[in-house]
Design a protein around this ligand. Structure first.
Ligand code: AMP
Length: 507
């Protein structure tokens, strides 16, 4: 019986001690080496069950701390190495972690950050510890599969990020699903794109771990140069990729696949936003030997709950299905009346199964809103996650994604609550009110501001960067004396949206 996901690493280290698990530009680490390192780090982290924030760039180091935290029976919480300190402070305030583990380069950023009783500690300090095997085993054995493995922060509409708390069982079952669905084995070489603070990375980390494959931490800068990506895949003999559609689109639009037949590449999977057929068809034409899969899922269900293996060509206008539920999950499309939607009827996609999160860390209000009981199960209570996504069953039994019910958006694969941008803007002196609108055709966020005398987009973003991540920054600013209001005194978003098509005086 395996309760903690660290058992996956133990099994892999026993079976393939010398085999390379993870590789980055600076070096690599075997399965055996990773377990040894994790046990030493875990020994240094032994204590209570409070989480460990991992404030490190994507690296073998960061991964070692994830496994180290598991060896200590603690959940880990990965954060972006570029996270604004005000955002980190909010996370620390809500998470109350025992440690923030970081490195020498990032440590100075923590100066002045209110950490309360959380200790900032260098990874190099933890590594000096001699592993205490029995103590680590006792900490691991005390973990049950419904205990949290990690807390991943997503954008929150109130301005405070939400800590999605995933149980070990979610990852154990997900790793099984990944390996079975894509027939991964020891020859699998996976080129990772997703940041570690983004749920898609769990496909790569735990999928390769389960099958004894090799995880390549592809340099983040390469994704800025799509023409170089096929060369990288060729050079490293990559067999599988799981990338956000934005990256796949960039590669297709740059014509990067031309002259790169990539015979070793077998699986091309994508998730996180709508994949347009135009660019998917470019991939399919250039690499007809690959299999393609559209994966769907929010962070709250351990990455993926629906999938569709593309089995026929799609015309540009046809929506690409998100398919059917993964084998360890179940989905319903519920109408406003709480009934299963008939084929062709629109409803909210709701998810049940072992991957469903335990809730949002230390946030009962948001948890109660999103995680509820399945109204279709009157005989016994079943926990269900309401995704906020609109969807339909097709006559073919496959699900089509139709967009959002609320103001959550996806921009270049990043999940953004427009409310978080507004809350950040309201912290800036001179801003009396703010409303963020997504201009989808222009692929940018427009921020309407009341007040903001003499403000320019550049000046605004310089300040806004202190509160929200770079990828959330608006691409256009419109200053107004007064934001328009509806009859019941809410900001009139419909009117503001309508102005996007008109000529607008931007600052
Ligand atoms: P995240 O929590 O960052 O993984 O974002 C989850 C959201 O991304 C979902 O609720 C959807 O709105 C969107 N999403 C994920 N996968 C897909 C997909 N294959 N097609 C369309 N939208 C998707």
């Amino acid at each position: 019986m395996s309760n903690s996901a660290i058992r996956l690493l133990e099994q892999a280290a026993k079976r393939w001690p010398e085999r390379i698990y993870v590789e980055e530009e600076e070096g690599s680490l075997s399965y055996g080496g990773m377990l040894e390192r994790a046990r030493a780090i875990g020994t240094a982290l032994l204590g209570d069950r409070r989480p460990v924030v991992v404030y490190l760039p994507k690296s073998i180091d960061a991964l070692s701390v994830f496994f180290g935290a598991m060896c200590a029976g603690r959940p880990y919480a990965p954060v972006d190495a570029h996270i604004p300190m005000a955002r980190l402070e909010k996370i620390v305030e809500s998470l109350r972690p025992a440690y923030v583990v970081t490195n020498e380069a990032l440590l100075p950023n923590l100066e002045g950050v209110q950490l309360g009783d959380t200790r900032a500690v260098l990874l190099s300090e933890l590594e000096g510890t001699q592993a205490d095997g029995p103590a680590v085993e006792a900490a691991i054995s005390a973990v049950i599969d419904t205990d949290p493995i990690y807390v991943m922060y997503t954008s929150g509409s109130t301005g405070t990020p939400k800590g999605v708390t995933i149980p070990h069982r979610g990852i154990l079952d997900y790793a099984d699903w990944v390996v079975n669905t894509f027939a991964f084995d020891e020859s699998t070489v996976m080129a990772n794109q997703a940041p570690f603070y983004f749920d898609n990375s769990t496909f790569d980390i735990y999928g390769t771990l389960k099958c004894g494959g090799r995880l390549l931490l592809t340099p983040e800068t390469l994704f800025l140069f799509p023409l170089k990506l096929p060369e990288y895949l060729e050079e490293h003999q990559v067999t599988s990729i799981f990338w956000v559609p934005t990256v796949m689109i960039n590669v297709a639009n740059a014509g990067a696949l031309e002259g790169h037949p990539l015979p070793r590449l077998k699986n091309v999977a994508f998730c996180g936003e709508v994949m347009p057929n135009t660019q998917l068809n470019v991939w399919r034409k250039a690499l007809p030997h690959c299999s393609y899969a559209n994966l769907y899922g929010p962070t709250e269900i351990t990455d993926v709950c629906c999938y569709y293996k593309v089995d026929r060509p799609f015309e540009n206008h046809e929506p690409l299905p998100i398919g059917k539920a993964c084998e360890n999950m179940r989905v319903h499309i519920l109408t406003d009346e709480g009934k299963e939607a008939a084929p062709g009827e629109t409803g909210e996609l709701c998810v049940l199964g072992s991957g469903v999160a335990l809730g949002y860390w230390n946030n009962p209000e948001q948890t109660a809103k999103a995680f509820c009981l399945n109204p279709l199960s009157p005989a016994f209570p079943e926990r269900m996650y309401r995704t906020g996504d609109l969807a339909q069953w097709g006559e073919d039994g496959l699900i089509r994604f139709l967009g959002r019910k609320d103001s959550q958006i996806k921009l270049k694969g990043n999940r953004i609550e427009l409310g978080e941008i507004e809350a950040g803007a309201m912290c800036i002196p001179g801003v009396e009110n703010a409303c963020a609108i997504f201009d989808a055709p222009a692929e940018r966020i427009v921020l309407f501001v009341e007040g903001g005398q003499g403000m320019t987009l550049r000046k605004l973003n310089l300040q806004l960067k202190q509160y929200i991540p770079q990828y959330m920054l608006p691409g256009k600013l419109v200053c107004m004396d007064k934001l328009p209001h509806t009859a019941n005194d809410k900001i009139d978003r419909v009117r503001l949206r309508a102005t996007l098509t008109e000529e607008n005086p931007s600052c």
